[in-house]
Write a protein that binds this ligand. Sequence first.
Ligand code: AAO
Length: 512
Amino acid sequence: MKLLLLLLAVGLCSAQYNPNTRAGRTTIVHLFEWKWDDIAAECERYLGPNGFGGVQISPPNENIVLDNPWRPWYQRYQPISYKLCSRSGNEQQFQDMVTRCNNVGVYIYVDVVINHMCGGGGGAGTHSSCSSYFNANTRDFSAVPYSVSDFNDGKCRTGSGEIENYNDAYQVRDCRLVGLLDLALEKDYVRGKIVDFLNHLVSIGVAGFRVDAAKHMWPGDLKIITDRVQNLNTRWFAGGTRPFIFQEVIDLGGEGISYTEYLGIGRITEFKYGAKLGTVVRKWNGEKMSYLRNWGEGWGMMASNRALVFVDNHDNQRGHGAGGSSILTFFDARLYKMAVGFMLAHPYGFTRIMSSFRWTRNWVNGKDVNDWIGPPSYSDGSTKPVTINADTTCGNDWVCEHRWRQIKNMAIFRNVVDGQSFANWWDNGSNQVAFGRGNRGFIIFNNDDWYMDVTLYTGLPAGTYCDIISGQKEGSRCTGRQITVGSNGSARFQIGNTDEDPFAAIHVDARL
Ligand code: AAO
């Protein structure tokens, strides 16, 4: 009995760190700005069949509608109410998406914006996605309702009312982040409104939350709020399952706030991951892939079982947030595929793949002045659907990185090697590296400027394997290069430095 209680307690304590994905599904994808109808279809036709664990969606609640610039993607980070009503769809479409995705084992993770409402300069009227009235000047959000006493205006001690210094934890939590009206989360009334919103999402069937701007909320307040959220819907989840929580806390070191303050609440976005991996794969600052031997905690990152990792996110792929110019994105496709391949093969962290829309960059003095551009849309502002081309890629300027063969196949690789230890590392002291996951998968990169021809121990059973980067196994044939593992577990790899994709990967489910 004592043991049972102990196990129960451990289970409860660790619950919010568990992504709740179905067994054998290890990765989620951020379908940035997608419409609910398109996500539902994608779950059924692609994500479910290819073993994806879930989808991070854009904020589903009512937001401000901006004209200047016109309908920027970031208007969705300026809440007006908690009605489920945005350019991605209405509440009925949201429910339909959650039901259909859940039914094929692909769970929904909601990006929740609970630190603030719209910008203080947002004006007054009904230019909101559900036409609810609001007045930013008088702090009136009647569709919640929130009024002036529900905001932190009196608490912030900077002259401007804005965060002026990230080294001052009080400013970061009590002042406005880029002008956004900061909610007073110590008030029970405000907490109650947020808990109601989160419970509404849970009752519909979502599996967890990305907590936007968590660093700008006091950990104590956030803990009380997340602890009050109900258990997941038992139509799809075991009784007593806690929502998965991952918090957007940007901590590259050297600021007044540490990610460690948030460890008790849930997982945390590890922003060092993409910034450092981008630097290595680009070979900047003298970095080499051979240094990745001790990737993870050995590089000063948080504990693996607390980290949510990604190569790029919707902010730093366009110069917002943190990370800087080293961040790799679909614009640098060749290096990007290597970085995502490395991430998905490596056991560190819980992985998220970015899926973007395309926009035209316009560099002015080192800044992309088109960083605001919203999703592909019609002249009335409605979002264009995601169309699917004959070759399985997406149309209408949806990039669909998650459908790139190399990335999709590496998401499957991660499922196949789930639970296997990091093994059989090899490097040439430069940028040719390889490693395996137990005896189930092996990956090798040539990021040097010369040809690679090596014979390495892979740990895999003897046989002929299909390289899932240059092609894939289709029925009993392989559309890419074949790799033969001998009876001693070794295989010869020849990868040219000018190959379209200078890396290769094999796993036991891709054996011919
Ligand atoms: C928009 C307009 C604003 C306007 C405002 C209100 O752009 O001009 O004032 O509306 O009218 C998004 C957009 C914003 C947008 C906002 C609302 O990115 O441009 O503002 O929607 O529409 C900080 C936060 C982090 C935040 C990030 C963007 O800590 O939480 O800024 N990310 C989330 C979302 C994001 C969203 C919001 C929050 C708001 O993912 O999409 O904003 O809901 C340092 C700090 C970081 C800080 C950055 C950027 O980072 O550490 O915490 O992120 O600065 O200010 C090196 C350092 C690194 C440093 C970085 C940048 O890398 O090592 O620490 O440089 O200096």
